[in-house]
Design a protein around this ligand. Structure first.
Ligand code: AMP
Ligand code: ZN
Length: 139
């Protein structure tokens, strides 16, 4: 399925040019226009899925192995020391383009600081209570 108003549908299917580093029948992998670090890439399925909750299982099964392959290539070629696979779902989580995509972000020794989260604190009781709430939604 395609969404005619979706920029990533157009990029993934080659209607809008992009700097492509990999393509197969299911995916196009492009360089991010606003890179967090040198080589920052986006894995785009060619089919439109708004986010991970909408993602087809066949495509989902291919995303992590592809992320590992791209990240490994970056380590070999760009000299990064590691990489992050990041995937945002929902505006509150930082998603700005509502076509599923996985970021592959190379991380360099002494490279740009990329903000993560500050670890908080939770008691065993709080963890247990939270776990029970989430488990109810998974039945
Ligand atoms: P997210 O915030 O997870 O939805 O990520 C969207 C990403 O897409 C951002 O990192 C943008 O820099 C990137 N982006 C938006 N438009 C384009 C484009 N036309 N080509 C390449 N990257 C883009
Ligand atoms: Zn789309």
């Amino acid at each position: 399925m395609r969404d005619d108003n979706c920029i990533f549908c157009k990029i993934a299917n080659g209607e809008i040019p992009s700097t492509t580093i990999y393509e197969d029948d299911d995916f196009r992998v492009i360089l991010d226009l606003g890179p967090a670090s040198r080589g920052h890439a986006l894995i785009l399925p060619k089919e439109h899925f708004a986010d991970v909750c909408a993602l087809d299982e066949r495509i989902a099964a291919k995303v992590l192995p592809l992320g590992a392959r791209i990240g490994s290539a970056m380590k070999r070629t760009l000299g990064c020391a590691g990489f992050n696979l990041v995937q945002n779902n929902g505006e509150a989580a930082g998603q700005t383009v509502f076509h599923f995509h996985m970021h592959v972000i190379p991380r360099y020794e002494n490279g740009p600081v990329i903000a993560g989260w500050t670890p908080g604190k939770a008691s065993q009781e709080e963890l247990a209570e939270t776990a029970e709430e989430i488990k109810k939604g998974m039945q």
